[in-house]
Design a protein around this ligand. Structure first.
Ligand code: ZN
Length: 81
């Protein structure tokens, strides 16, 4: 199960954007149910995206911006245990 964690974090932004096929989303949800790490990660990312969106700019996050956030969070995630 743990070996899919990397995949989950990679796809987290698509998941948050609801930009994901249903079958994939289902797999993701299953994993999130079982994996505290990824649940944490997705929560953090969601929060970050929300925060950025609320900073005043109403335009969508660019892929680049989102990418940067994902990388930052992934690094933070790696720091823990
Ligand atoms: Zn995981």
């Amino acid at each position: 199960m743990m070996n899919s964690c990397h995949k989950i974090t990679e796809q987290a932004s698509e998941y948050i954007d609801r930009n994901m096929p249903f079958s994939q989303k289902l797999k993701m949800r299953m994993h999130l149910l079982m994996c505290k790490h990824c649940r944490n990660f997705v929560n953090q990312l969601e929060l970050t995206v929300d925060t950025i969106k609320n900073l005043g700019c109403k335009k969508e996050l660019s892929d680049q911006q989102l990418d940067k956030q994902v990388k930052t969070l992934m690094e933070k995630n790696d720091d823990k245990d």
